[in-house]
Ligand binder design. Structure first.
Ligand code: EPZ
Length: 422
């Protein structure tokens, strides 16, 4: 297994490219199941999770080709479709559950393995199943698989209010309702930019969706969807992650293609910590002069609140802040696995349930640490960039799921980082 060595190397300066969003691409790719015409995604990220989604779609009968070094995903699903999403693929990546809605809408039946839990939480699928049941699906759990079918073969439009604005359940509902008979309304819908991106793409395919990005989305079902070409939206989590690099180490970095509208609540916290953020045509420029970062409190919330996917990285910044910060994680029940690893680097952190109290220290010290999930792994890399000495992060396969060419990108702004092949 590969690991990554990082050595603190002072302030970082320069430009860094931000890729297309993993979490948008993982919802956009299953949309190919909704039509027998080609769907092409440009600005696609080159990540292991995209390869897993490709394998899943291929197992269902779709053709998926990665062109232009993987930046373009050309997909088509015009042949016979296999309605079964196998456990062997689904267990590797939870987002596999995003084929349930499209398969049900296209075929009137589907058999999708339940993904099971993951490091950050139990992550049940009840919000997905109740949303699809509102459209007329009958769903039964048998042998670890969700068996779903629709009497009469076609979903019917309905009004549904979600208990919690789940990102995945909103995406499954949008894709399913696009081909349902009649009008659907989703209330308390998720408002993430990835939802807006999916709705934009579906509308290009001939869907009639209004209100994406708000809590109330209205979908006029249509009889069929056609092909389209769609650019994947910028990855706001990769953007936030790389904005933290100069915040932690000092220096001035421009994240190319970054937009304030994608990360407003996050930028508010950076500015409260004393970091300057400027938006230009080129992107977002982050600057920290010599002054020490100030402590800030953070509560994670659904968009437009502070993203849970930036909580670990923000903790890495606050480890060396002046004063004490409290981070409250409200989305996932077990998302502080990075804290004990940061403590190994000399951080002072107390975790009690969903709260972590971080007492800022002058300096972190390099140490061998272990990645436990995607965002935890990159928070250890960020901490290592500002620590004294060397940090070696093991199990970086977690990192490759969500960050493309991270060593090259960070070296490009002056970081000392290298991969140690396992
Ligand atoms: C998406 O996961 C992202 N993944 C996650 O990013 C992100 O952390 C999460 O949204 C929240 O922003 C992708 O888009 C592929 P949810 P998703 O359904 O859709 C509970 C990363 O690091 N819930 O909004 O699975 C659930 O357990 C990943 O890139 C139910 O109880 O998130 C969680 O506590 C990690 N029942 C909360 O809701 C359900 O049926 C939010 O989940 C569904 C969810």
């Amino acid at each position: 297994m590969d690991s990554i060595l990082v050595r603190g190397n002072g302030p970082l300066n320069g430009d860094i490219e931000i890729a297309g969003a993993k979490n948008a691409c993982l919802a956009l790719m299953p949309a190919t199941l909704l039509s027998d015409e080609p769907l092409t995604l440009t600005n696609a990220p080159r990540l292991s999770d995209i390869k897993t989604m490709t394998a899943l779609l291929a197992s269902l009968g779709a053709e998926v080709s990665a062109l232009q070094d993987g930046k373009v995903q050309a997909m088509s699903c015009h042949g016979e479709i296999n309605p079964i999403a196998d456990y062997d693929i689904v267990r590797k990546m939870r987002a596999s559950n995003l084929v349930l809605g499209p398969l049900l809408a296209r075929l009137g039946h589907a058999v999708v393995s339940l993904p099971g839990g993951c490091a950050i939480g139990a992550r049940p699928m009840d919000l997905h199943t109740t949303a699809l049941e509102a459209l007329g699906a009958e769903i039964e759990l048998k042998d670890g698989y969700l068996h779903a079918k629709v009497a009469g073969g076609r979903l019917k439009g309905a009004v549904h209010k979600m208990r919690f604005p789940s990102v995945g359940a909103t995406e499954n509902f949008l894709m399913a309702a696009s081909l349902a008979k009649g009008t659907s309304v989703l209330e308390n819908a998720a408002r993430e930019p990835e939802i807006v991106d999916l709705a934009d793409c579906l509308n290009k395919m001939g869907a009639q969706i209004e209100g994406a990005g708000t809590s109330r989305i209205e979908i006029q079902g249509v009889d069929r969807l056609h092909g389209a070409t769609h650019p994947v939206v910028t990855d706001r989590i990769e953007l936030g992650t790389f904005m933290l690099a100069p915040a932690i180490c000092g220096g001035e970095v421009t994240c190319l293609g970054g937009k304030l509208s994608l990360v407003e609540s996050f930028v508010e916290k950076l500015e409260a910590a004393g970091i300057s953020v400027t938006e230009t045509e080129r992107g977002l420029t982050v600057k920290r002069n010599g002054d020490r970062v100030k402590a800030v409190d953070v509560v994670t919330e659904p968009f437009p609140g502070f993203p849970t996917d930036l909580q670990a990285q923000m903790m890495a910044l606050l480890c060396t802040a002046e004063g004490t910060s409290v981070l409250e994680e409200t989305i996932f029940e077990n998302r502080f696995m990075h804290a004990p690893e940061l403590i190994r680097m000399g951080a002072q952190i107390e975790v009690h349930g969903g709260h972590a109290t971080v007492h800022g220290v002058d300096k972190l010290k390099g140490a061998p640490v272990m990645a436990t999930d995607l965002r935890a792994s990159v928070s250890l890399i960020l901490a290592g960039l500002a620590a004294e000495g060397e940090t070696v992060v093991s199990r970086v396969y977690h990192l490759d799921r969500g960050y493309e060419f991270i060593e090259q990108k960070l070296s490009g702004i002056g970081a000392h980082i290298e991969r140690i092949k396992g």
